[in-house]
Ligand binder design. Structure first.
Ligand code: FAD
Ligand code: NAG
Ligand code: NAG
Ligand code: NAG
Ligand code: NAG
Ligand code: NAG
Ligand code: NAG
Ligand code: NAG
Ligand code: NAG
Ligand code: NAG
Ligand code: NAG
Ligand code: NAG
Ligand code: NAG
Length: 607
């Protein structure tokens, strides 16, 4: 059913001129029927676009979001509960069997809620290294992507905010590289964990790769420092709470329709001067068996469904590898074999060591009385351990030259960039039934493994085939092993002597081993590798499935202006576009590319 061009609804346009968030198509029809831009996905990037494009009052924007509202989704609002699973706000994906992970199929979380993955993520705010952006500039041939040139977009995104406990943050970050006038709150931890002093002490005792870094968001992330997070005085700050906050959704030219699944993008009749197919008609539905609607963007469709949703929609729309699409019975419109390929993620491993103290956060997860008590403290006073995520400090480190020499290539973007990361937790986020722990989450941040997002079915309501192929490249396994060895070195610092129980070399291997007190003997690399493959999962930092490359590149999906190669009227703006994964948790990079995309789109249309 096509209702867009029906003049029936024009009369009511005059009656309903205030914008809002709707959950039914008929509410939208009453509001307006014509849009300049249709944004697919009200997630991290989509919310930025919606906000920035509606700064011009004459530009009409529609956002179509599959998930529901973030308002009242309390479990997503409480920072500490980000480690718990929230199926109601999740796409509930599972990967295909992962060879590099001992053949396991693992859950693959994606936010199914306004704000997208920024509404469910761990809130780590890490920009990555200057090299990451300089490499993007190099690969795309667009100097606008250099670290220096994207600083303006970090500043537009970030609103530096005091932590919940208003402690003195002098010496914990560098104010000169932060912005007070952006939209999305960024903060330091607002609850003092008992291990904080020991962590800083370790940096002093060990030096070297553990050296204290005043601010890891300076473009030079190497070393150990305080984690910054997207938290606003104790509440999660997501793309929905910030960019789609009430002062913005009140704009009469912004319309957001939630609980709505985009199924395909369709070809329109050519506009005068078109040389390429024009894909600016969006097909959507509110349930699998319900009617399919269509809406046309008079200017452009902006695809921001994330690194899983975006390739699925592109493939279902006939944009991808033509022979692959034909084999599925989909009529190819443009042959772009890179769609859904080069899928990249950061492998993540949660390791725990038993400790002698009991001032950890372990009990919060297993004592419901304590949890309830702390929720009351959080909601009444905006204080307590629930105001923070599960990590207060990070270490970014590089492999040493002799290890790197075995590989002949350095997968990092440059010498200022890390190969792996350690995140320190005052407890076990995998919720051991008893005991008290220090947790170190290890991640490979310059992985060489590449995977795919392909179709299992042409039904847009069916899940795609998701294969991050984690640890399929030997480099990634080696880097994870080194990250583990670095964790052991960290805990072997004198300051931890009384606190960490047993020999840090071995006790993390398996909870069962801890219980059985199996021989405290340093494991062989083979044992470490088996442990790694058995226990590694995803960081949910999916990128690369619609890569940005130079105009004349032999591969890639979008050009440096986000326009899909070979078509008119369609751009992709989300985590899919990174041709290489940044050495960072991916939300800050996504915010930055979305801010620049908005700038480019506005200047293209003269707004
Ligand atoms: C559990 C988890 C923890 C993470 N932790 C961190 C962290 O601590 N720090 C960090 O920096 N990064 C983290 N990340 C990664 C980061 O959140 C993402 O890289 C980023 O949010 C991706 O932004 P995006 O705009 O590409 O996609 P998303 O924010 O996921 O937005 C995509 C949106 O499109 C919608 N959508 C998809 N398909 C359709 C469709 N067919 N029709 C309509 N709507 C659709 C989705 O519902 C979603 O709202 C985490 C991610 C997850 C899932
Ligand atoms: C939309 O408008 C029609 C006709 O004016 C009205 O009957 C209907 O109730 C309206 N729907 C909503 C959701 O406001
Ligand atoms: C995931 O499962 C939960 C129920 O466990 C459900 O509420 C939610 O809608 C599901 N997500 C999707 C995208 O279907
Ligand atoms: C990218 O980097 C390579 C290697 O340093 C260099 O040869 C090339 O000229 C660079 N390309 C651009 C467009 O900057
Ligand atoms: C914060 O600490 C710094 C250094 O420790 C000190 O110089 C400064 O006066 C303190 N600020 C406040 C407001 O107490
Ligand atoms: C396109 O898909 C076909 C069939 O799946 C495959 O054989 C071919 O290698 C792919 N082409 C490219 C360029 O990846
Ligand atoms: C994947 O990325 C590499 C560069 O990292 C590129 O050479 C290759 O062509 C890409 N593959 C596809 C299918 O896009
Ligand atoms: C924590 O340890 C202290 C000192 O050993 C002890 O007095 C206290 O009862 C313990 N608290 C809990 C909750 O176990
Ligand atoms: C929680 O509180 C209830 C009632 O006050 C009490 O019976 C129960 O033992 C408590 N549970 C724990 C784990 O402390
Ligand atoms: C969280 O936001 C709510 C409004 O949604 C506000 O009332 C509350 O004070 C905030 N809590 C904290 C801890 O900042
Ligand atoms: C490099 O790392 C390896 C493995 O951890 C270690 O055996 C070696 O001693 C290190 N080399 C140098 C020069 O630090
Ligand atoms: C793919 O489709 C088959 C057949 O419908 C189904 O059994 C399987 O679970 C699907 N796989 C995934 C990953 O959804
Ligand atoms: C890895 O998993 C396999 C299969 O479950 C098990 O036999 C093996 O003991 C595990 N190894 C380690 C080190 O966890």
């Amino acid at each position: 059913m096509t209702w867009l061009n029906s003049s029936l609804f024009f009369a009511s346009l005059l009656l309903y001129c205030s914008a809002a968030i709707y959950d039914r198509v008929d509410q939208l029809r009453n509001a307006t029927t014509k849009f300049d831009f249709v944004i697919i996905g009200g997630g991290t990037a989509g919310s930025v676009l919606a906000n920035r494009l509606t700064e011009s009052a004459s530009v009409l924007v529609l956002v179509l979001e599959a998930g529901g509202s973030n308002i009242g989704a309390i479990p997503t609002q409480i920072p500490f509960f980000c480690t718990l699973s929230h199926p109601q706000y999740d796409w509930n994906y599972t990967t295909t069997p992962q060879e590099g992970l001992s053949g396991r199929e693992i859950p693959y979380t994606r936010g199914f809620i306004l704000g997208g993955s920024s509404s469910v993520n761990g809130m780590f705010y890490t920009r990555g290294s200057a090299d990451d952006y300089d490499r993007l500039a190099n690969v795309t041939g667009d100097p606008g992507w250099s670290w220096e040139n994207v600083q303006i977009y970090f500043r537009r995104n970030e609103k530096w905010t005091p932590p919940a406990d208003h402690h003195n943050t002098t010496g914990q970050y560098d104010p000169s590289i932060h912005s007070l006038d952006g939209i999305n709150s960024v903060s330091l931890a607002g609850f003092p964990q008992s291990i904080n002093e020991n962590i800083i002490r370790t940096a002093i005792e060990l030096g070297g790769i553990f050296q204290y870094n005043l601010d890891m968001n300076s473009g030079k992330p190497l070393g150990l420092g305080w984690l910054q997070t997207t938290i606003d005085g104790g509440n999660r700050s997501s793309a929905a709470t910030s960019y789609l906050g009430p002062e913005f959704t009140r704009r009469p030219n912004l319309h957001v329709l939630i609980d709505t699944r985009v199924t395909r993008i369709l070809q329109n009749r050519p506009s005068p001067g078109d040389r390429l197919p024009r894909l600016n008609v969006v097909e959507f539905a509110q349930n699998p068996d319900g009617p399919r609607y269509q809406v046309t963007a008079s200017r452009e469709v902006l695809l921001s469904a994330g690194a899983i949703g975006t390739p699925q929609i592109l493939l279902n729309s006939g944009i991808g590898n033509s022979s692959y699409l034909s084999s599925l019975g989909i009529t190819p419109i443009v042959n772009l074999p890179s769609v859904g390929q080069n899928f990249t993620d950061h492998p993540r491993l949660v390791n725990n060591w038993p400790v002698s103290g009991n001032r950890t956060f372990d009990d919060i997860y297993r004592n419901s009385n304590l949890s309830t008590f702390l929720q009351n403290v959080w909601s009444q006073d905006g204080k307590g351990p629930l105001v923070d995520t599960f990590v207060s400090h990070l270490l970014f480190a590089r492999l040493n030259a002799s290890i790197l020499g075995q590989f002949g290539e350095d997968p990092a973007a440059g010498v200022r960039s890390a190969h792996y990361e350690l995140g320190f937790s005052n407890g076990d986020i995998s919720v051991a039934p008893t005991g008290h722990f220090i947790g170190i989450t290890t991640r490979v941040v310059s992985p060489l493994s590449r995977g795919t997002v392909l179709l299992n079915s042409t039904n847009p309501f069916a899940a795609p085939l998701i294969s991050p192929n984690l640890l399929s490249n030997e480099f990634d396994l080696l880097a994870m092993r080194e990250a583990l060895k670095t964790s052991v070195k960290f805990l072997a610092a004198p300051v931890w002597k009384e606190y960490v129980l047993g020999n840090p070399d071995t006790v993390f291997l398996q909870p069962e081993m801890i219980a059985a007190k199996l021989g405290f003997k340093a494991p062989q690399d083979e044992q470490l590798d088996a442990y790694i493959r058995n226990n590694t999962g995803t960081s949910a930092h999916a990128v690369g499935t619609a890569a940005m490359t130079g105009q004349n590149s032999s591969f890639g999906v979008v050009n440096s202006d986000f326009k899909v190669k070979g078509v008119e009227g369609l751009r992709v703006v989300d985590a899919s576009i990174f041709p290489f994964i940044p050495s960072a948790h991916t939300q800050a990079p996504v915010y930055v590319i979305a801010e620049r995309a908005a700038d480019m789109i506005k200047s293209f249309w003269g707004d």
